[in-house]
Design a protein around this ligand. Structure first.
Ligand code: MSP
Length: 626
């Protein structure tokens, strides 16, 4: 059986984690789930990096012992991963004895080999990044990674020789194209090696919150050496040799771009010195940024992922994190984009497809999946989706993999318009059975393909298709033809109700919209969801910066409503005042050219122009239309 060992960075429990940390962990979770679905033996590791000056300082500020302090934060981190349904196999804490032993063991080994020697460190230190810097590397006297203040250190320290391994490492990077990804990060690391690698200070004496060096306990291990070692501790190094040999080397270390250097220079050199194989891939993904700056605890611009899950649901947040930004690049986080992404992909495309398909199966096929009568119109697209999603996930191109599944979903929606099952039904065309089968089967395939990414929706789709528990399916079940004719569907609630609040969202400018008449039949229930009312125009004026939009103030019962309407070319504003109009009163608010519009007035159009819908005798404002 193939194995797949994937890790996230182990996070500093200096504070509650934010959406940036969730980004890495959710991505690793998607990859772990994908490999499990393929039947591989997966080991997915995450955890916490609990030692070092940064944590010691933070605990002191809070008036707590470091261990008591981190215990509190670690439980919030584990709660967060539960909320995201992170399927890790092990959660390592660097304060655990299993880890302390390994760190002490490797210091002994490195010293015995002559790779570590005692000296004095004199230079700069960035505590938030736990990084030593020489004078020349500082940028305007600040940390070149995070831009914060650095402190001057002069203390006795052990040093690890890096340069003796530089050549081997350089060759390894060049001969293993997948070792550092994406490519841009590889070039940066090669340039870094070529500047010459100075010996690295690997112990501290000015505080004691760390793992003591076995033969010189005045020193504690440098927190990065302690942290990186977690990847072999958890795999069984020094404790379960057989397991270690099966799992090591790690297949993927997933990390943020700011810590690629530790994972592709320092970590490999330690492994080379210990005579161990190097990880197959270190993938440095980009940052989620907010208002132009990296989301970070110390910048105070964090977004609490648990609040987002509470507000929008776990699938919406996971989908947004996995789909929104091409994996590797930086991406801007906004709540509006999360809402838009959820409404577009999950509510409009996926949710709608499920409601439409199950409604049509109910209506045209008595709720039973029929036997197809002709060649499938969607099989090719579904096959492509499986192939593309697989290839992208193998390459860690997560966003592209998600997109491959949604290509199938969108195509299936389009197929409904093209095939018009209601017309096939009217004319008694036998192709109807194929179309219905195709829709149900595409949904089933999509449900399986979405399993690495989403938690609730795949089962939701299976439930409504009458397919039972999705947990037993594998990636291979995404092949076409799995749904059996005769299966009884069970129409349910919408999978993803649209999110109606658009904090400062924008909607298409109504004047830009081209409305096409639809021939799709809907049921009365859908029509009744529209809240149509009679309203009177009180004021009308042009919207600045456009010559097609009018801002109307409507009296709607006791309420006054502002509605932006694309009718300026057809009506003089003053001619509208006093008119009765029909308004869609429950349309979500939208910002159009800076004006918040709440509702839409109805009009009809022919080649001669546009006319507003009205009533043929005056009616009370707010009267319902039915
Ligand atoms: N403890 C070290 C890692 C040791 S690994 C042997 C550390 N911890 S951290 O808590 O600061 O977490 C850093 C990681 O969190 C980043 O590498 C990245 O994976 C993730 N992110 C933190 N902020 C992020 C963004 N704003 N955007 C994307 N990922 C972010 O460094």
């Amino acid at each position: 059986m193939e194995k797949f060992y994937i890790t996230t960075p182990i996070y500093y429990p200096s504070d509650r984690l934010h959406i940036g940390h969730a980004y890495t962990t959710v991505a690793a979770d998607a990859l772990a789930r994908f490999h499990r679905l393929r039947g591989e033996e997966v080991f997915f590791l995450t955890g916490t990096d609990e030692h070092g000056q940064k944590i010691a300082k933070k605990a002191q500020e809070e008036g707590k012992e470091p261990k008591a302090y981190v215990d509190g934060i670690v439980s919030t981190i584990q709660d967060l991963w539960r909320a995201f349904h992170i399927s890790y196999d092990d959660f390592i804490r660097t304060t655990e004895p299993r880890h302390t032993r390994v760190v002490q063991d490797i210091y002994r080994k490195l010293e015995a080999k002559g790779d570590i020697y005692k000296g004095t460190y004199e230079g700069w230190y960035c505590t938030p990044c736990e990084t030593f810097w020489t004078e020349g590397k500082l940028v305007e006297g600040k940390c070149p990674t995070c831009g914060r203040d650095v402190e001057r250190l002069r203390e006795e320290s052990y040093f690890l020789r890096l340069e003796p391994y530089a050549k081997t490492l350089r060759e390894h990077i060049l001969s293993h194209p997948d070792f550092i990804r994406p490519q841009s990060r590889k070039n940066e690391m090669l340039a870094f090696i070529d500047q010459g690698l100075e010996d690295l200070s690997v112990s501290r004496t000015s505080f004691d919150w760390g793992i003591r060096l076995p033969d010189d306990p005045r020193h504690v291990a440098y927190v990065w050496i302690d942290a990186l070692t977690n990847y072999i501790t958890a795999a069984g190094y020094g404790t379960d040799q057989a397991r270690f040999e099966r799992l090591w080397p790690a297949d993927v270390h997933l990390v943020g771009k700011e810590i690629v250097r530790f994972h592709t220079i320092i970590w490999p050199i330690i492994l080379l010195a210990l005579g161990l194989e190097l990880p197959k891939t270190v993938f440095g993904h980009g940052w989620l940024v907010l208002g132009g700056a990296k989301i970070s605890k110390s910048l105070g611009n964090t977004v609490d992922p648990q609040t987002l899950i509470g507000r929008y649901g776990v699938d919406a947040v996971r989908h947004y994190l996995l789909r929104e930004v091409p994996f590797g690049a930086d991406g801007t986080y906004t709540e509006e984009a999360l809402i838009l992404r959820t409404n577009q992909d999950l509510a409009n495309d996926l949710g709608n497809l499920l409601s439409r398909a199950t409604a049509m199966i109910g209506r045209f096929s008595g709720g039973i999946i029929p036997e197809p009568t002709s060649e499938s119109g969607l099989e090719g697209t579904a096959k492509d989706a499986l192939e593309r999603a697989t290839a992208h996930l193998e390459r860690l191109e997560i966003s592209d993999a998600v997109e491959a599944v949604f290509t199938l979903v969108r195509r299936a929606n389009k197929y409904i318009e093209e095939e018009a099952p209601w017309s096939l039904s009217r004319s008694g065309d036998p192709r109807l059975a194929t179309v219905i089968y195709d829709l149900a089967e595409s949904l089933r395939v999509a449900a399986v393909l979405l399993r690495p990414f989403l938690i609730e929706a795949p089962q939701g789709i299976y439930d409504q298709l009458g397919l039972g528990d999705i947990a037993g399916t594998t990636w291979a079940d995404a092949r076409w033809g799995g749904i059996q004719p005769g299966t009884e569907v069970k129409r349910g609630q919408p999978l993803f109700p649209r999110i109606d609040t658009a904090p400062s969202g924008s909607q298409a400018d109504p004047a830009e919209e081209t409305v096409e008449a639809t021939t799709e039949e809907i049921d009365i229930g859908l029509f009744r969801r529209l809240d149509l009312r009679v309203a009177q125009v009180r004021e009308a004026k042009p919207v600045k910066g456009t010559d097609r939009l009018l801002e109307l103030t409507l009296a709607l019962g006791d309420e006054s409503r502002t509605v932006v309407s694309g009718i300026a070319e057809h009506y003089d504003p003053s001619s509208l005042v006093g008119k009765d109009v029909i308004v869609v009163a429950n349309l979500a608010k939208a910002k159009i050219r800076g004006v918040t519009s709440h509702g839409m007035i109805l009009a009809a159009k022919d080649p001669s122009g546009l006319a507003l819908l009205t009533v043929d005798r005056p009616l009370a404002s707010g009267s319902p239309v039915s």
